[in-house]
Design a protein around this ligand. Structure first.
Ligand SMILES: [Zn+2]
Length: 206
C-alpha cells in the first residue's frame, strides 16, 4: 500500500494491529474518522486511553471492573460458595446474560497452551487453589471452552483441588467440542450450566 501521507500511514498501521483487521479495513476506518468532526476522534482516543489506564481487575475473581472488588463479588445475594471458572471477561458476560447462574466467578485470564507459550504460572490459578484451600468454596464449576487447551486447563486445576473434597463439575457439553463459550446462545449455555456433570465422570468419557 502506497501512502500519500506519513500521518495516514501511521494511523492505518496502528489500527491494522488490532485482531481481525487487515490493512484495507484499517484504511476504511481511518478515512471514515477523517470525514467526521475531529471531536469524534478525540472521544474515541480518550475512551480508549481512559479504559487502558484506569481499568482494574477484581482482587477476588480477576474480572474486569471499575473497582477493586467487582459488582458480582460485592453482591451479597449471590452464593459465594459456588465458583464458576472461566477463561476471560467475555465468558462472564455470556453466562450473566443467561440469568441462570447465581454463584460467583474466577477468571483465569486464558488457557494453558504450550503452542502459544501460555504456562499455568501466567494464569490466575494459584489464587483459585488458595480459595479452595481456605475452604471458602463448596463447588467449582469448570466453564472453559471444550477445546484441547480447555480440557488441559481443567485437568491441571482438578489435580490440585481434588484432595480438598469439594464438588467439582463441568458444564454439560450442550456446547459442542471446540466451541467457544461466548458464541453459545443463551438458552444452550444456561442449560449446560444447569445440567452440569461431575468433572470426574466427564474425564472418564474422554
Ligand atoms: Zn469479582
Amino acid at each position: 500500500m502506497e501512502f500519500s501521507s506519513k500521518l495516514l500511514e501511521n494511523a492505518v498501521n496502528e489500527v491494522a494491529m488490532l485482531p481481525g483487521i487487515g490493512k484495507r479495513t484499517a484504511m476504511r476506518l481511518v478515512l471514515h474518522l477523517l470525514k467526521q468532526p475531529s471531536e469524534q476522534t478525540q472521544l474515541l482516543t480518550e475512551a480508549l486511553t481512559k479504559m487502558r489506564n484506569e481499568i482494574i481487575y477484581c482482587q477476588n475473581c480477576h474480572n474486569i471492573s471499575d473497582n477493586t472488588i467487582c459488582e458480582i463479588c460485592n453482591n451479597t445475594t449471590r452464593d459465594h460458595s459456588i465458583v464458576c471458572v472461566v477463561e476471560d471477561v467475555r465468558d462472564v458476560m455470556a453466562i450473566e446474560n443467561t440469568r441462570m447462574y447465581k454463584g460467583i466467578y474466577h477468571v483465569l485470564g486464558g488457557k494453558i497452551s504450550p503452542i502459544e507459550g501460555i504456562s499455568p504460572s501466567q494464569l490466575n490459578i494459584i489464587s483459585l487453589v488458595e480459595k479452595v484451600k481456605q475452604q471458602k468454596v463448596s463447588e467449582i464449576i469448570f466453564a472453559l471452552s471444550s477445546t484441547m487447551e480447555g480440557d488441559t486447563t481443567n485437568f491441571y486445576i482438578f489435580k490440585q483441588i481434588k484432595e480438598f473434597n469439594i464438588n467439582v463439575s463441568t458444564i454439560a457439553r450442550g456446547i459442542s467440542v471446540g466451541d467457544e463459550l461466548e458464541y453459545a446462545d443463551e438458552v444452550t449455555l444456561g442449560r449446560s450450566l444447569l445440567h452440569r456433570i461431575p468433572f470426574e465422570s466427564s474425564i472418564k468419557s474422554m
